[in-house]
Design a protein around this ligand. Structure first.
Ligand code: SAM
Length: 231
């Protein structure tokens, strides 16, 4: 369970009401039940439930099971698609170790209303399920042109480009901080492609000869990255 409070042996922490409801009503845990906690900073802890009610649960961390480990230094900037597929992108990118998720607004982005609180909740659930010890940061949506203007100079941005002469990711990948950018279902506009291709921080890459759906492209990029970087 992700508890964004300091975790120390013997120091009780409170679950939020939704978590308390899940522990008491769904898992039907009572006082004394064991569970495992993490907060993204202090590693993973064996804990016990000390008090539990319908909307309130107090948990006591007892011993640290694992020290904190950092996630791979890879970001994903993605054009949000329909709600279910966007949730899928966030869930699978969390499993594949992404540390930052950046929804981008593009000329053809279909979903202008992006709920970052909901996407963060999806990332928390995915982190709990896959037993990673931190949760990726989901930032507020940003326009693609602004993202490119403010892009950090020490991070390569791999543009997933479905057409043209882009090199395959497996041979283009370089060591160091990385990020991927994937487009919406309608693809990037020509103006956006020109803007990105002009930047020395952007490297176009191919994920093969077939046109992948936006969510498939994001997953394929991260899986290939994991394979070549070993992260
Ligand atoms: N522009 C395409 C069209 O209109 O037919 C469709 C875009 S595709 C569904 C969505 C995004 O997935 C693209 O913008 C690109 O970032 C990524 N993508 C899809 N296939 C890819 C491939 N083979 N290699 C790299 N990126 C790909």
């Amino acid at each position: 369970l992700f508890i964004p409070q300091d975790l120390q042996a013997g120091r009780p922490v409170e679950a939020d009401p939704d978590q308390a409801h899940y522990l008491s009503r769904v898992l039907r845990l009572g006082a004394g039940a064991p569970l495992v906690l993490f907060n993204g900073r202090d590693g993973e802890w064996d804990a016990v439930v000390t008090e539990i009610g319908k909307n309130r649960a107090t948990l006591r961390p007892e011993t640290q099971r694992r020290a904190q480990v950092s996630s791979p230094d890879v970001w994903l900037a993605f054009a949000p698609v329909k709600k279910t597929q966007t949730d899928f992108i966030v869930q699978k990118a969390t499993e594949l170790g992404v540390s930052r998720l950046i929804p981008i607004l593009t000329d053809r982005t279909q979903s202008e209303r992006v709920r970052t609180d909901r996407l963060t909740a999806t990332a928390v659930e995915a982190a709990e399920q896959c037993e990673r010890l931190d949760v990726p940061v989901v930032v507020e949506p940003i326009r693609l042109d602004r993202l490119i203007d403010t892009w950090p100079t020490d991070r390569m941005l791999y543009l997933c480009a479905e057409a043209g002469d882009a090199q395959p990711l497996a041979s283009a990948a370089k060591p160091g901080p990385a990020a991927f950018v994937t487009g919406p279902e309608g693809g990037f506009s020509q103006q956006e492609l020109d803007l990105m291709r002009r930047s020395p921080l952007v490297q176009p890459i191919s994920l093969g000869p077939r046109i992948l759906r936006a969510e498939t492209a994001a997953m394929a990029a991260l899986a290939v990255w994991q394979a070549v970087s070993g992260d």
